[in-house]
Design a protein around this ligand. Structure first.
Ligand code: HAM
Length: 427
């Protein structure tokens, strides 16, 4: 027999882990609603072109990491699993004429993304993002609003020590001259560059700036900085973003080497890191402005900005900081019975309690009452509802499994009593 396993770089999220994820998903949904972001779902795959154009053909995400679906003979298009949400959301924005909606259009999506990368801690081939996008607002106030929203998510999730790294990477008016200057700088010292970086220099010179190659450390210290080369409007925008963050009392660190791994960015770029954990694969989230993307994908020129927070990494960070796992919900009661064969009775009483909204399990096996009660304790139920001869008179025994006490209760009163004893959910 083959022994099947989840594909490399993917994980099963088991029942004991899911409540921790569900808590983050609820928090994301609640914050998105509070800040006026409306939910959207887009397909898990799109025409490959959406990502090739949107994210950029020479980015790692497209060049090396795109999960392309094998085309069938009759297909006229090629598809790929989404490596991120922004390009698909912008495709939907254009397709559904959202330019005519009141601007900005604020959208949010939480779901799995796929990148064919070398798996390691914090880097998976299927991972989850909470993504928000504000399309149709040129900023700078919305830029600061988004950074604040990201930080609030981490804080409310239980990670108060998250830093924002901030940069402006210019726009088509100032970036080409900067990239030319940067390329000339790297070319002048080409023989000192590691092989991989020499090759990247020809396709995506900006990426050399945030290279993790140790040899690049000193080289990059002397590299020209984009923040000194911004054109007037970009410099003004960047100053205004900072002023808005200052007004909110948010501290941030300007990081001129922060260029992000996607081509669509213009102006504001930012990343979130846990203090003291700023290595590769440790970004907890990132985002930025993409004022050219709507046009690039065939729409009218429309500015936009957004971020995506990596939920897998937030879960990892919470584990590392020693936060106890979120407990699984427990049944309030297990319906047991003295007659092992009376499964229909137990199922009927449990069904009535469930219809009344109570989380209840019925003992549907035919084991002895002692075994049924042992199982109920193991499951963490608070009560056992024990059916016996009194059922004919409309009564059951209610056993408090914590107090190990027992008393008769009228079936008619049972649901209301259990409701009073049910702890509030959440958390
Ligand atoms: P990104 O920086 O590529 O941006 O991804 C955002 C976050 O997703 C990362 O900071 C990280 O936490 C998480 N992440 C990325 N790749 C992986 C992986 N292989 N395994 C686990 N977690 C991962 C974007 O995706 C942009 N779409 C963000 C954005 C939205 N920009 C504007 N709007």
């Amino acid at each position: 027999m083959p022994s099947f396993r989840a594909p490399r770089g993917t994980r099963d999220l088991l029942p004991a882990e899911r409540p921790g994820w569900a808590r983050l998903e609820r928090l994301a949904a609640e914050l998105a609603a509070r800040y006026g972001y409306r939910e959207i779902e887009t397909p898990l795959f799109e025409q490959s072109d959406v990502f090739e154009r949107g994210v950029g053909e020479t980015t790692d995400i497209v060049e090396k990491e795109l999960f392309r679906l094998a085309p069938r003979a009759e297909d006229r298009e090629t598809w790929a699993l989404r490596p991120e949400a922004t390009a698909g959301i912008v495709r939907a924005f254009i397709q559904h004429g959202m330019q005519t909606w009141p601007q900005p259009v604020k959208l949010t999506l939480t779901g799995p993304m796929f990148r064919y990368d070398r798996p390691q801690a914090g880097r998976y081939r299927q991972f989850w993002q909470w993504d928000v996008e504000a399309i149709g607002d040129a900023g700078p106030a919305v830029d600061a609003e988004l950074v604040e929203l990201g930080l609030r998510f981490y804080r409310d999730a239980g990670l108060p020590d998250v830093d924002v790294l901030l940069n402006s990477i210019g726009d088509p008016a100032c970036r080409p001259a900067y990239v030319a200057e940067l390329t000339a700088y790297y070319r002048s010292i080409a023989d000192e560059l590691p092989e991989l970086e020499r090759r990247r220099l020809e396709t995506n010179p900006l990426r050399l700036l945030d290279s993790k190659e140790p040899a690049m450390g000193n080289i990059n210290l002397d590299a020209p900085k984009i923040t000194d080369r911004l054109c007037g409007p970009c410099a003004e925008h960047f100053a205004a973003v900072r002023a808005h963050l200052d007004a909110l009392g948010i501290s941030y660190r300007i990081e001129p080497a922060l260029v992000r791994g996607l081509d669509y960015y213009t102006r504001t770029a930012f990343e979130f890191y846990r203090r003291g954990a700023e290595g590769q694969q440790q970004a907890l989230g990132g985002g930025g402005r993409y004022d050219g993307l709507v046009e690039l994908l065939g729409g009218r020129p429309t500015p936009g900005i957004g971020f995506a927070l990596g939920l897998d990494r937030v879960i990892l960070a919470l584990e590392e900081t020693g936060r106890p796992p979120v407990p699984e919900p427990r049944p309030i009661a297990i319906v047991c019975g003295a007659d092992p064969a009376a499964t229909a009775e137990r199922l009927r009483v449990a069904t009535e309690l469930r219809a009344a909204g109570l989380p209840v399990r019925a003992e549907l096996g035919r084991r002895k009452l002692g075994r049924q009660l042992e199982a109920a304790v193991k499951e963490g139920a608070r009560f056992a509802v024990i059916l016996g001869d009194e059922l004919a008179a409309g009564e059951v025994q209610l056993r408090d499994l914590h107090a190990a006490s027992q008393r008769p209760v009228a079936l008619a009163d049972l649901a209301a009593l259990l409701h009073r004893k049910t702890p509030p959910t959440g958390g």
